[in-house]
Design a protein around this ligand. Structure first.
Ligand SMILES: Cc1cc2nc3c(=O)[nH]c(=O)nc-3n(C[C@H](O)[C@H](O)[C@H](O)COP(=O)(O)OP(=O)(O)OC[C@H]3O[C@@H](n4cnc5c(N)ncnc54)[C@H](O)[C@@H]3O)c2cc1C
Length: 500
């Protein structure tokens, strides 16, 4: 396993002294029982859902309200200690992994639902509330919170805001950014900021959209007002199988091209089907090269009409087999396969990378074929699950992180997939963020001038560069080392930077 920095958890004299000063100063901000300081108690926080990167923090702080969060931030600002905000720790890009000599600021104890307003159709909650709890609390009003990441039983709404999380139903109902009305957050200096408003519109620049997806690098979110939608009266799921991945990809493009916006449109390839079938027995076609899961929701008539239209498009695209869920139990059983794809991959190898890129929908089949070829090049197996309607792919690369050579091959395989995404007109991240994992891929996607702009925005929020420092935006030196500086007019930018 790799350290994300040079610090190995054993305090050097300098970091040991810093830790002592930090603990001493933090006692004025939070009670001692809300500080974790021993190596044993820090260990659960050394990584997130990307466990190939690990780093013990100096301290974990567990504040219970915004004023304690403010106190912790002010201490860290004064002592120059980097802060890593953390919700449920389910980040797949290393976003919540500590940096060397940092403090982990856990928001997990700010977990109150402050109010549900059924007339305004909003819920105001603290950042540590788990995603699924919002819909559970809104259910008595026949309302729900639409963005539903597969990790929704564990991830927090604060983490969802930081990552602009997506989910199975985001094709129709939008990502986190489309479902948030107002956010309160603390700057690294401890200043309370407000983004958005309770009114449908707000004055000034849309800084709310800028904050959402900023990966804990701009401010620490302490309160969120989310939009709620009426719970659909019913839903039915169409399960279709195909003999060829490209045909399945074409069917996805055709469904959207027909003007249908399904509530969910997911795709899995043969290897992913086999992995989930042996795990949750969802009832998928094991002979198929790919399956599509396509959901229609609404009232009875709307659902019946949409299902019929979806089936017509599928028949026109050489579908091998098509079934429509007969009841709610069957619908949930079919979804259980897709929702358990990551744990199913976890049973097949000691480690897996869940990659996250986006491509135009029409390129899905083409990219899947390329990935199949890469499996031979890198000598590693890859399962593929897609939020196909969004063109968001999640190749799951299996490897053994105990073997450094295999780990590096897996990293190269992942980076190669993301470069192909850029080549096809897509992006290096769909919904999991950049974190530590995709820093090098940022060098491929963005020019030095664009990265400079990102850094300037970061500095406007966090001039000292202490909030989730060294994540999300690579330095020019890092990109030079990676060897992917953009060449314009035959001239490399920043010629003064040493090349490796
Ligand atoms: C099995 C599995 C399935 C997943 N499925 C999906 C999916 O379908 N869609 C999807 O989008 N993601 C998915 N994810 C990724 C992950 O769940 C999301 O990125 C989620 O939004 C992270 O939330 P969290 O509370 O766990 O945040 P953490 O992992 O704790 O942190 C994530 C980032 O948010 C920052 N952060 C956390 N809280 C705050 C705060 N209060 N203020 C400021 N910054 C903060 C952290 O610093 C970090 O950069 C999945 C992960 C797993 C393990």
């Amino acid at each position: 396993m790799l350290e994300s920095g040079k610090h190995d958890g054993t305090p050097t004299t300098a970091s040991g002294q810093l830790k002592e000063r930090l603990i001493e100063a933090l006692r004025a901000a939070v009670p001692a029982c809300q500080l974790l300081t021993s190596d044993e108690s820090l260990a659960p926080y050394e990584t997130d859902a990307l466990p190939v990167y690990r780093q013990l923090p100096l301290v974990v702080a567990l504040p219970v309200d915004a004023s304690q969060v403010q106190g912790v931030l002010r201490v860290c600002r004064r002592l120059g200690v980097p802060v890593v905000p953390r919700g449920g720790g389910t980040s797949l890009s290393g976003g919540a992994t500590p940096m060397p000599n940092s403090l982990v600021l856990s928001l997990a104890r700010l977990n109150q639902i402050i109010n549900i307003d059924p007339l305004a159709r909003t819920a105001t909650v603290q950042p540590g509330v788990r995603n699924i709890r919002i819909s559970e609390a809104a259910a008595p009003f026949d309302l729900c919170y639409a963005p539903d990441p597969s990790s929704q039983i564990a991830c927090t709404i604060g983490g969802n805001v930081a990552e602009n999380a997506g989910g199975l139903h985001c094709l129709k109902y939008g990502l986190t950014v489309h479902n948030i009305q107002r956010v309160r957050a603390l700057s690294m200096d401890g200043e309370m900021l407000e983004f958005g408003s309770l009114a449908p519109d707000m004055p000034g620049l849309d800084l709310l959209a800028l904050l959402i997806g900023s990966e804990g690098m701009f401010a620490v979110v302490t309160e969120i007002t989310v939009r709620l939608i009426p719970k659909p009266a019913m839903a039915r799921l169409v399960l279709a199988s195909f003999d060829d991945v490209e045909t399945a990809g074409d069917a996805v493009a055709a469904i959207i091209g027909e003007g249908i916006i399904p509530a969910g449109l997911e795709m899995m390839d043969k290897a992913a089907i086999a992995a989930v079938e042996s795990f949750v027995h969802a009832g998928y076609d094991l002979e198929a090269a790919a399956i599509l899961l396509c959901e229609a929701d609404g009232n009875r008539e709307e659902v019946a009409e949409e299902v019929a239209r979806i089936c017509t498009v599928l028949q026109q695209h050489d579908v091998r087999d098509v079934r429509v869920s007969a009841n709610e139990a069957e619908r949930l059983k079919w979804w259980s396969g897709r929702k358990n794809a990551l744990p199913a991959a976890g049973r097949l190898a000691p480690d897996y990378f869940c990659m996250d890129g986006s491509i135009p929908r029409r390129a899905i089949g083409k990219l899947l074929k390329r990935i199949q070829g890469m499996e031979d090049v890198y000598g590693l197996q890859c399962l593929n699950v897609f939020h196909a309607g969004d063109g968001n792919l999640h190749p799951l690369i299996l490897f053994d992180g105990n073997d450094p050579e295999q780990f590096h091959r897996a990293e190269d395989f992942g980076a190669d997939i993301l470069e192909r995404c850029v080549e096809l007109g897509g992006t290096i991240t769909g919904e999991h963020g950049v974190g530590i994992e995709k820093l090098d891929s940022m060098c491929v996607q963005f020019t030095p001038a664009e990265r400079d702009t990102f850094l300037a925005i970061k500095r406007a929020f966090d001039p000292a560069g202490l909030l989730n420092a060294d994540k999300g935006i690579p330095t020019h030196a890092r990109c030079a080392e990676y060897g992917h500086m953009h060449v314009s007019g035959g001239r490399l930018p920043f010629p003064g930077i040493e090349r490796f």
